[in-house]
Design a binder for this molecule. Structure first.
Ligand SMILES: [Mg+2]
Length: 313
């Protein structure tokens, strides 16, 4: 029943100095951090499209992912996570247990990343689970990373490794917030985004927004062990590199940085307050499009591939 669920939820939300009026009123009132800009992002996950509940995909895992993908977008803007509001539409059958599981996943990640839950809305219907989270972050004026600032001569720096996320990382997303804030505090970044739909597709979006082209180095793309495992499946027929370039849901960051800053960031990444490796995966050039460069120096056009939401016009 909704009232029980909401009361249970409210009782679990810890007090936070950022909330002048906490959840439970008609709306929450946030105290914005002094002198900072507010960054807002929203993401919706729908059962049947984005996940299917089952033994490998619990409500808790869905709650984690729903918040994590929003925090990944805040990381891509170099914004510090502050607050989140949650809207869920629960299936009538089993909705209470699903709702509690969702909130457990959201709460665990929220407390790990310093996010206060500022409110939410719970509905029940005859459809499948839908969850939408709006995350709010803050950034110093003019300091947000954008995707349209890459310049010829920049190097492309990536966090982590790519490919094969469907083997589990697409749910157990670890947003690169700490990495982004540490890099932003130390190094110049001209453009950035998080890889949600596919490395080539997302890099091509950055290049299109910036009016530039990119050359990716085949031998320098960090390939996740999951990409290797997937390519070994008998019916797969794809190389690990192909998985890394096109699978998506990696939720790693790609940043276009001046060459000196890129080298300094990679060299200094061992001393960063996180253990995520950084790699230089290519460079930004004049022109348009994507290219893949082989170790012998030859290069060929690279198709931008990844996940696109289909709908009819
Ligand atoms: Mg994004």
């Amino acid at each position: 029943m909704e009232t029980d669920f909401v009361n249970w939820l409210l009782a679990r939300i810890p007090a936070d100095p950022r909330l002048e009026v906490p959840p439970g009123d008609d709306a929450a009132v946030l105290r914005p951090p002094a002198g900072r800009r507010t960054v807002v992002t929203v993401d919706m996950l729908m059962e049947g499209t984005d996940f299917i509940l089952g033994p490998d995909c619990t409500p808790r895992a869905v709650g984690h992912k729903a918040l994590a993908v929003n925090l990944s977008d805040l990381a891509a803007m170099a914004a510090r996570p502050e607050a989140a509001v949650v809207a869920v539409s629960l299936p009538r059958r089993g909705g209470d247990a699903i709702g509690r599981g969702l909130l457990e996943g959201i709460e665990a990640l929220a407390s790990e990343y310093g996010v206060t839950l500022a409110g939410g809305d719970t509905n029940a219907w005859d459809g499948r689970l839908v969850i939408s989270i709006t995350a709010i972050g803050s950034v110093a004026p003019g300091a947000a990373w954008r995707r349209d600032g890459a310049r010829p001569g920049d190097l492309l720096v990536a966090t982590g490794a790519f490919g094969g996320s469907l083997l589990g990382r697409h749910l157990a997303v670890m947003p690169r917030c700490r990495e982004a804030l540490a890099i932003a505090a130390r190094h110049r970044v001209h453009a950035a985004l998080d890889v949600s739909d596919g490395l080539t597709l997302d890099v091509s979006r950055m290049m299109d927004a910036s009016g530039t082209a990119a050359v990716l180095d085949a031998a320098r793309i960090p390939i996740h062990p999951d990409a290797v495992r997937m390519s070994r499946r008998p019916d797969d027929g794809r190389t690990p590199l192909d998985h890394a370039l096109a699978d998506g849901e990696d939720f790693e960051l790609v940043m276009a940085m001046p060459a000196e800053a890129a080298h300094a960031a990679v060299a200094g990444s061992r001393d960063m307050p996180h253990a995520t490796p950084l790699s230089i995966i290519g460079e930004v050039t004049a022109g348009q499009g994507l290219f893949l460069r082989q170790p012998d120096g030859s290069q060929a056009p690279l198709a931008a591939r990844g996940y696109l939401h289909d709908f009819d016009s």
